[in-house]
Design a protein around this ligand. Structure first.
Ligand code: RIB
Length: 298
């Protein structure tokens, strides 16, 4: 059972489902509304826990109903929440999500997530030191992500950085990450090379990037310069929210088995995650993933 420490965001997702996306300035009648737990950090924590990892979450919520509900939910999923702080006077992060035709648009209001400091991560140093993998994203302050990377490096623990939402990454952070997991669009932003084809971008960071590309799967260029493609799995997509988070969690949970087996498990877990509604709704358990992988090879 690998130990995974996740440093990241915790949001309540306010999700409207509609037949299509509204145009700017348009009012559209939707089909249903639900609130469900989300946030890239919390999603990755829950997905890793369902896949059998021992997960410690470092994050922040507001002292409000959403915050309490989200921490309770993480507890129920078996995620250790002793490093999730509760802050007064700032609301829990929320994400306004529209789902239409299996695709989504998301606006995130970070709220309490932006109060997560380097000191909060340093308070979790003992957990980071004993982790097999540290997993983080960019929905908490960059200084906090940088402190996470410094601690992971100090203790020789591999760091997976999911650079979402994407920014051009500082060179030191790029160097400290063991693996970056952008999608195609994010990779171009991270390297600030908007017009370069993704195979050329991957070749610039050999051994460093696992790039996701939705239903097409994931891509990697190894340290020897060899190009590797992990195909995606064909499924009927209901809601793609959280698919990238599931991919990252599965990659972290399986990393000790080697990168290619981890990419295979991650592609399958991500495919399963889109077959149900909500960011965390379709995240598979160990058993569900094993059954799906067996069906794929049968
Ligand atoms: O990756 C999906 C997540 O992004 C959603 O759950 C939402 O909260 C945003 O953080």
């Amino acid at each position: 059972m690998p130990k995974v420490v996740v440093v990241g965001s915790i949001n309540m997702d306010l999700v409207a489902q509609a037949g299509r996306f509204p145009a700017p300035g348009e009012t559209l009648s939707g089909e249903r509304f639900v609130t469900c737990p989300g946030g890239k950090g919390a999603n990755q924590a829950v997905a890793a826990s369902r896949l059998g990892a021992q997960v410690v979450m470092v994050g922040a919520v507001g002292n409000d109903a959403f915050g309490r509900e989200l921490v309770d939910g993480l507890d129920r999923e078996g995620v250790v929440t002793r490093h999730v702080k509760v802050v007064d006077d700032i609301a829990t992060g929320v994400a306004l999500i529209t789902v239409a035709g299996g695709e989504n648009t998301i606006v995130v209001i970070p709220g309490a997530n932006h109060t997560l400091t380097p000191a909060d991560v340093e308070a979790a140093e003992a957990d980071i030191a004993s982790a097999d993998v540290v997993l983080t994203q960019l929905e908490v302050p960059l200084a906090t992500v940088e402190a996470t990377a410094a601690l992971a490096e100090k203790h020789g623990v591999p760091l997976i950085l999911n650079p979402a939402p994407a920014i051009k990454l500082p060179a030191e952070l790029l160097a400290r990450a063991s693996l970056l997991t952008p999608n195609e669009h994010e990779l171009a932003i991270v390297l600030d090379q908007p017009d370069t084809p993704f195979p050329d971008l991957l070749a610039q960071l050999p051994g460093k990037v696992v790039m996701t590309r939705g239903e097409h799967g994931a891509y990697h260029v190894d340290t020897a310069g060899a190009f590797y493609h992990q195909p995606g799995c064909k499924v009927d997509a209901i809601d793609t929210t959280g698919a990238g988070d599931t991919f990252n969690a599965a990659l972290a949970a399986h990393l000790q088995q080697g990168l290619k087996p981890a990419m295979h498990a991650a592609a399958a877990a991500a495919a399963l995650s889109v077959t149900r509604f909500g960011a965390q709704g379709g995240m598979p358990t160990v058993g569900e993933l094993a059954t799906f992988l067996a069906e794929q090879t049968a």
